[in-house]
Design a protein around this ligand. Structure first.
Ligand code: NAI
Length: 756
């Protein structure tokens, strides 16, 4: 059996506690250890007159049983005074039961102004005034429980009670909003619609009913709702005769009545009436966000003319999750312009933990310093609005509840150094949508340009909790993949403390989500306090790599991929472990205090450093060809990317060992050539000797004709043969395309009279 619910040390104010339901509450709270303020004006049930005897009698009853109680005789319209009594007698106020009430029942046309006003003053305005007086005390002590007393007359309507019904349902509206505002302060507000025998009901209930519907059958619900262990908030309960039920709103799926570019008429509504009122498969929205979230989808569905001439129901042609990936994939978001001065890169650098304590950091923090530059990860800032500013909601087929969106992964690749000021344009496309069961992952590609120059490419992976199960694929070749670190102790570790204001500072770079600063909002998301932005930890980790492996030289930064695994709280210590594998630095970031891994599967790709053997250093002939390829890509890379759309990695061997690796990326951005393995996944990997490569380019080996050296199998594979070893990771056509490009190159190389 559960232990008794006690209220020792709690101070309870019950309005209208001189009789009926209020008295039952006051006695029950006192019996369980609470100190009770018994408020009652002591008038008649129509609100005439006053007397102290009602409250005094209940106080005497409580005291006679050894309980603690004081009386208050003010009308609830004097809100402050009631709370003052609690503070003076007991020093605090924890629980407020808004219960006082009167009746002025009349059929509607006979309701006088006074009948209307007094009912509103006592029930609605009285509850407002007393609650407002108690609110700041509850807020300061981070605890409060409030009950509003509504009525079935308000919920369903009742003959002769128009004034009372209006005020009683007004209390429900008041409670709903107080529940939202109070949640972050542990102030809960619930509403009851009781049925009990009392002087209010004695004229309408026969005696046997009055006896059967005891107020004592309502009090236990009120006590439970007000206990510190009860997490119920914003509930509405009908209660009486020993029965309790909870109420909620239900909304039909409804129908889209309007068609694009056509007037919406009452006849359209009439035609859809049955569907609008059909409650089969109805929704039960619990928050205003849930309630309105579908309207964006409705708008985009109308705009995209995804409504037949005789529109079916809103729900008829969409999945139960609101995702229509087929419709959304490939859609472009409205382009975004980001204009900035030197201020933003500096603010960003501070946001990701740069400090003047480190002299190395000055070039990121002082616009007058020699070599003033942007941190490479500043590249996420111009692009992030695509994800943050509701652009996703403009996409047809994406019905996203933005309170359920998590930033899962991030990839950033730089093609050019980021300017320290300027006007950049970002173009975002939904690259893919994956179905992960528990949620959906939206893969969003964002290309950021300065004029026509492509500066960087971001891939945001956005996880939408609860949106999975639409029957989509689980993975995508378009998604940049995470890579686990090598299985050995890290080569280097950097430890860095975030400040308690880290998120407050980082958000100034444009991510204004209150989750990162507002404790109440964080609590709504299930966090004990505001969390650091994932992209802030991302900035820290990238900075650690740049410092340790590139001496803070931003020209060495190429790309970064990260998965956000666990939240970090401002003030915690980040520990970035790093493993060097060629030009790739694998990273993992832990929260030192907890050991939690915050960033996983991550890596930073650097451009080749001087400690790596370059082609020239080992004297390879193929080097000249690659230089020429690099030049060509700079000229016509954009076109090649459109035509080829593949990444080729070349392992050039000398004396049977890999002497150098080159990657020709004709898939991303405007294409590029770089030394080293492919930054993501290569579509094709060629492994061949320096000599064979040159022969291939010079046409001495023609892979399309010469069976001897490079025979094809009937599936299109290239077979390893003789001295030429070619490994294909895909069997599709990209390999053929690159060979065609190479043979075109041959012409220009011959024209340039290269000699090997
Ligand atoms: P009741 O008449 O026994 O209790 C109401 C108390 O409020 C009275 O003692 C009265 O003196 C006091 N009061 C009236 N105006 C006041 C004011 N301006 N300031 C301070 N105290 C004031 O009636 P009952 O049934 O116990 O009602 C309690 C609450 O429950 C009321 O809000 C009523 O509208 C509500 N309610 C009761 C139902 C029932 O079946 N008894 C049904 C639905 C709602």
């Amino acid at each position: 059996m559960s232990s008794p619910l006690r209220f020792d040390g709690r101070v309870v104010l019950v309005t209208g506690a001189g009789g009926g339901l209020g008295r039952a509450y006051a006695l029950a709270f006192a019996e369980r250890g609470a100190s009770v303020v018994v408020n009652d004006l002591g008038g008649d049930f129509k609100g005439h007159g006053k007397s102290s005897s009602a409250a005094d009698k209940v106080v005497a009853e409580i005291r006679a049983k050894g309980g603690k109680a004081v009386a208050n005789y003010d009308s609830v319209e004097a809100g402050e005074k009631l709370v003052q009594t609690a503070l003076e007698a007991f020093g605090r106020i924890d629980i407020l039961i808004n219960n006082a009430g009167i009746l002025r029942d009349r059929s509607f046309t006979r309701i006088s102004d006074e009948d209307w006003d007094i009912i509103h003053k006592v029930h609605l305005r009285g509850s407002f005034l007393v609650t407002r007086a108690a609110w700041s005390h509850m807020k300061n002590q981070n605890f409060g429980r409030i009950i509003m007393t509504s009525s079935a007359a308000g919920i369903y309507g009742n003959f002769g009670q128009a004034n009372y019904s209006a005020a009683k349902l007004g209390l429900l509206g008041l409670a709903n909003t107080l529940a939202v505002e109070g949640r972050k302060y542990n102030i809960h507000c619930n509403t009851i619609a009781p049925t009990a025998g009392s002087r209010l009901t004695q004229t309408i209930m026969p005696q046997d009913m009055l006896d059967a519907f005891k107020p004592e059958y309502v009090a236990p619900l009120v006590l439970w709702l007000c206990h510190e262990s009860c997490q119920e908030n914003s509930g509405l309960f009908e209660v009486g005769a020993g029965w309790i039920g909870k109420l909620r709103w239900e909304r039909s799926l409804g129908a889209i009545v309007r068609q694009k570019n056509q007037p919406m008429t009452p006849e359209d509504v009439q035609n859809k009436w049955a569907k609008i009122c059909d409650f089969s498969d109805a929704n039960k929205p619990q928050t205003i966000q849930e309630s309105v979230s579908m309207l964006n989808d409705v708008l985009s569905r109308i705009e995209s003319q995804d409504v037949s001439p005789n529109p079916t129901s809103y729900s008829a042609s969409r999945s139960s999750t609101g995702f229509e990936p087929a419709q959304s994939i490939g859609q472009k978001l409205p382009s975004i312009t980001y204009e900035y001065t030197h201020l933003q890169p500096i603010l960003y650098a501070l946001g990701v933990g740069m400090s003047t304590k480190d002299p190395d950091h000055l070039k990121f923090l002082f616009e007058g310093s020699e070599g003033f530059c942007c941190l490479p990860t500043f590249g996420v800032i111009p692009a992030q609005s695509s994800m943050l500013d509701g652009g996703l909601s403009s996409i047809p087929g994406l019905n996203i509840d933005f309170t359920k969106v998590l930033h899962g992964e991030q990839y950033l690749e730089l093609y050019k150094l980021l300017p320290t000021s300027g006007k950049l344009t970002s173009e975002a496309t939904i690259a893919d949508i994956l179905d992960k069961g528990s949620g959906a992952v939206i893969v969003l590609d964002v290309h950021t340009y300065s004029g026509k120059d492509l500066l960087c490419y971001n891939q945001f992976s956005v996880f939408v909790v609860g949106a999975g199960g639409f029957g989509g694929k689980r993975s995508s070749e378009k998604a940049k993949i995470t890579v686990n670190p090598p299985n050995r102790p890290p080569d280097a570790t950097i430890t860095d403390v975030t400040t308690v204001d880290q998120a407050a500072l980082y958000r100034l770079s444009g991510d204004w989500n209150p989750l990162h600063i507002e404790p109440g909002f964080a609590a709504l998301g299930g966090f004990q306090k505001p969390i650091l932005h994932g992209l802030c930890s991302f900035g820290f980790a990238a900075r650690h790599v740049l410092k340790h492996f590139a001496n803070n030289d931003v020209t060495k930064f190429k790309a970064i991929k990260i998965r956000f695994a666990k939240p970090v709280f401002p003030g915690q210590t980040l520990q970035t472990e790093m493993w060097k594998e060629g030009n790739r630095i694998h990273i993992q970031t832990k929260v030192k205090e907890t050991g939690d891994i915050a960033i996983t599967g991550a890596y930073v790709d650097l451009t080749p450093s001087s400690d790596q053997p370059s082609a020239k250093a080992v004297g390879l002939k193929s080097d000249l060809v690659f230089e020429e390829i690099g030049r060509r890509i700079k000229e016509v890379g954009n076109e090649l990317v459109k035509k080829v759309n593949a990444v080729f990695q070349w392992n050039i061997t000398k004396d049977k060992k890999t002497a150098v690796q080159w990657t020709i990326d004709l898939k991303n951005g405007s294409g590029e050539l770089y030394q080293g393995p492919a930054h993501g996944k290569a579509d094709t990997i060629f492994t061949l000797s320096d000599d064979d490569f040159v022969d291939l380019v010079l046409g001495k080996i023609n892979p399309q004709k010469e069976q001897r050296n490079l025979p094809y199998t009937d599936t299109g594979h290239l077979k390893p043969s003789g001295s030429v070893l070619m490994t294909w990771t895909t069997i599709d056509s990209p390999g053929f395309k690159i060979l065609k490009i190479l043979s075109k190159l041959l012409e220009s190389l011959l024209r340039l009279q290269f000699h090997f």
